[in-house]
Design a protein. Structure first.
Ligand SMILES: [Zn+2]
Length: 266
């Protein structure tokens, strides 16, 4: 009896130990102004780098879904609910002006275990160094005020990688992340087309662009179809820092793969 109880106790503490090591804390934060969620490090090889393609031959069936232009009080909660139902994690590239208006949505994004990146303040092209720095600073301030998080990712508006915003972000050490699969959901297309654009032919390690924000109800309708179909193909959905961590581990174990990586410096 004692042995059984001891064994049960040992098992219990082992499982507690294991769950303590898992990437995501089981419980929401209980105290303090800073929201304590799992924050994966950005591997050194990606800091201050432009990410335009996936790592070729990366074998793990992981995808990074990204949602640009939010947060939005109608759309963001719907995206979050669907992600939660599928145990999926994503990255939200928010606009600073929207972030300032909806700090509660940023908190919800982080509480769901997702990542937030900077997508400029105004979504306008800016030409001067000072204006670009100001766009980054104002957006990051809004994110930090709401979540306590430092911002490590940037995506330029419309994916323009040679703009002043991207240059300043790279200089400041952000990962400037574009995408490798487009849902094309900034066009007026229906959920079925959006979904099939994503489901079409993903490869392990792809980065998918979709849109949050006003007018993107079709994207929220497409999302369950995307998740259902790709789950059936064995895919899991992770944040960009998690994906970079997996890339980094794989490249470290397969140094020859490093010569085939397709991210590049500024
Ligand atoms: Zn955008």
């Amino acid at each position: 009896m004692m042995r059984t109880a001891a064994a049960a106790l040992a098992l219990l503490s082992a499982s507690v130990g294991v769950s303590g090591l898992t990437a995501r804390p089981a419980d929401p934060p209980t105290s303090g102004p800073r929201i304590q969620q799992y924050i994966p490090p950005i591997p050194a090889r990606y800091q201050g780098q432009l990410l335009t393609k996936r790592v070729r031959h990366f074998p793990k069936k992981l995808l990074a879904l990204t949602f640009d232009d939010g947060p939005d009080p109608e759309i963001t909660p719907r995206i979050l609910k669907t992600l939660e139902e599928h145990n999926a994690y994503a990255t939200f590239f928010v606009r600073g002006d929207n972030a300032e208006r909806h700090p509660e949505l940023l908190k919800q994004i982080i509480a769901g275990g997702h990542e937030i990146g900077d997508h400029s303040y105004s979504h306008e092209a800016v030409n001067s160094v000072d204006a670009a720095k100001e766009e980054l600073r104002k957006t990051d301030d809004a994110i930090r005020r709401a979540t306590g998080r430092d911002v490590r990712l940037f995506r330029p508006p419309r994916g323009v990688k040679n703009c002043e915003l991207a240059r300043q972000a790279l200089k400041a050490g952000y990962v400037v992340a574009l995408w490798t699969i487009s849902s094309a959901d900034s066009r007026p297309i229906g959920p079925d087309v959006i979904a099939s654009n994503v489901i079409h032919t993903p490869n392990p390690g792809d980065i998918v662009i979709m849109h949050d924000g006003e007018g993107h109800a079709a994207t929220t309708d497409a999302l369950p179809k995307v998740l259902d179909a790709l789950e059936k193909k064995g895919y899991r959905f992770v944040t960009l820092p998690e994906l970079m961590g997996e890339w980094d581990r794989w490249l470290t174990q397969h140094p020859k793969g490093a010569s085939r990586t397709v991210f590049r410096t500024r």
